[in-house]
Design a protein around this ligand. Structure first.
Ligand SMILES: *[C@@H]1O[C@H](CO)[C@@H](O)[C@H](O)[C@H]1NC(C)=O
Ligand SMILES: *[C@@H]1O[C@H](CO)[C@@H](O)[C@H](O)[C@H]1NC(C)=O
Ligand SMILES: *[C@@H]1O[C@H](CO)[C@@H](O)[C@H](O)[C@H]1NC(C)=O
Ligand SMILES: *[C@@H]1O[C@H](CO)[C@@H](O)[C@H](O)[C@H]1NC(C)=O
Ligand SMILES: *[C@@H]1O[C@H](CO)[C@@H](O)[C@H](O)[C@H]1NC(C)=O
Length: 367
């Protein structure tokens, strides 16, 4: 064989290696997709595209200062749990659905909207509620089918992991703005209504083909800096704590029921309630200096939701190092907390994350 022939041969082998690598990567370059739903704990900038007020936005400094160095719309100083999960799953950062152009697909989509609830009444007109998020997801799946064909779209949807966090605003809204509500409906019945509506949306997601879900338990709503401020004496709010407790019993029970009713339904629940409560009570054990007060805000505990000075109150203070605080603003944890939580959710033991962790849901299609 002459030297030029050898070159051609090597080129042919090299090219076929490249081609086969590309075919393989078609299946695995992004692994399973990640779809994100819910409220401000998951919102990566959805509300930047919604006609709403600055109360429901975080697209101004100092939000985002730690990691992005600009404000993306995330309600924290840096990344959210979903951002870390995407990283662990070797996916790119998952952008807001409303930001995607021309149906491009980049490994997932984020539908979560700060302030959103599952009840239509919760901050209606200012947020994208969970039902509407489901409608948007249905549209995304229709577009995927058109673009990639039924088979491939079906695989992306059924192998995908769905992070959903909702309900906190359905509880905080009446506690903070309409406490008299609980004279006309019992807390048990109200929680039943919230969880019942979450269940309906989850069934709707399953109907579209979603199978693998990642949830958190409800955080200690009564002890958020903004809610402590509202009680007037700095203690945690009793009604908010009661609703949280009821939810954290009713919601896991509903998930177990869905698992027995819906073919292939698999899920993970990270016990965010216990993990956040431990950090509020024993901050130094987890590397924090302050567990109670917000890094960014004003008034007692930084509980006045004025971080950034864009929500009607101009004054606010900002701590020099958000990583020392459990709470970045009056409602939301700091990036450092989210990172610790994401690790527990990804590969934590059964003590914090059950019945599966997210790594298992991503890696093993059929557990
Ligand atoms: C945005 O909402 C406000 C208040 O609800 C309304 O007056 C305004 O027309 C809306 N703007 C757009 C572009 O829809
Ligand atoms: C858990 O996952 C994180 C993030 O990928 C990794 O850094 C850590 O080593 C993992 N821990 C175990 C015990 O596998
Ligand atoms: C959903 O919420 C509505 C109120 O917004 C309520 O009337 C209905 O009963 C709830 N659905 C379920 C299944 O709980
Ligand atoms: C704080 O105020 C709440 C009412 O907002 C009350 O129920 C609670 O007992 C008070 N706690 C203390 C320690 O004073
Ligand atoms: C927040 O601060 C502003 C200005 O200092 C004040 O008018 C408002 O009442 C405070 N809000 C709460 C909930 O304390």
């Amino acid at each position: 064989m002459s030297a030029p022939d050898l070159h051609i041969l090597f080129f042919a082998i090299f090219a076929s290696l490249l081609l086969s690598a590309r075919c393989d990567s078609d299946r695995t370059e992004h692994g399973a997709a990640l779809f994100i739903f819910g409220d401000s704990l998951n919102d990566a900038g959805t509300n930047n595209y919604v006609n709403t007020t600055t109360s429901f936005r975080a697209n101004f400094p100092p939000y985002g200062e730690t990691f992005f160095h600009y404000s993306t719309g995330r309600f924290t100083d840096g990344r959210l749990m979903a951002d870390f999960i995407a990283e662990y799953a070797k996916l790119p950062l998952i952008p807001p659905y409303l930001q995607l152009k021309n149906g491009e697909f980049v490994g997932g989509a984020n539908f979560a909207s700060g302030g959103a609830g599952v009840l239509t009444d919760t901050y209606q007109g200012s947020v994208v509620d969970l039902r509407t998020q489901l409608k948007q997801f249905e549209k995304l799946v229709r577009d995927l089918r058109k673009k990639l064909g039924n088979e491939k779209a079906k695989r992306i949807v059924s192998e995908g992991v769905y992070m959903v966090n909702i309900g906190g605003n359905d509880y905080l809204n009446p506690v903070l703005n309409n406490p008299a509500l609980f004279q006309s409906i019992s807390m048990e019945d109200y929680v039943g209504m919230v969880v019942g509506n979450i269940s309906t949306v989850l069934e709707g997601m399953c109907k579209v083909g979603a199978r693998k879900f990642g949830f958190f338990t409800m955080p200690p709503l009564g002890c958020l800096p903004a809610v402590r401020l509202a009680t007037g004496n700095g203690s945690c709010s009793r009604p908010a704590t009661e609703l949280t407790k009821l939810h954290n019993v009713a919601f896991p029970a509903t998930l177990a029921k869905l698992e027995s009713q819906l073919h292939g339904f698999k899920y993970s629940v990270f016990d965010l309630h216990t993990s956040l409560t431990e950090r509020i009570q024993y901050p130094s054990k987890y590397g924090f200096k302050d567990g109670k007060s917000a890094c960014c805000g004003s008034g007692p505990y930084g509980g006045n939701y004025s971080c950034g000075g864009m929500r009607g109150v101009r004054e606010y203070s900002l701590c020099p190092n958000p990583g020392e605080y459990v709470f970045f603003d009056s409602y939301h944890p700091s990036e450092r907390v989210y990172q610790q939580f994401a690790q527990l959710m990804w590969n934590g033991s059964l003590r914090t994350t059950k019945p599966h962790n997210l790594e298992a849901l991503f890696k093993h299609g059929n557990i």
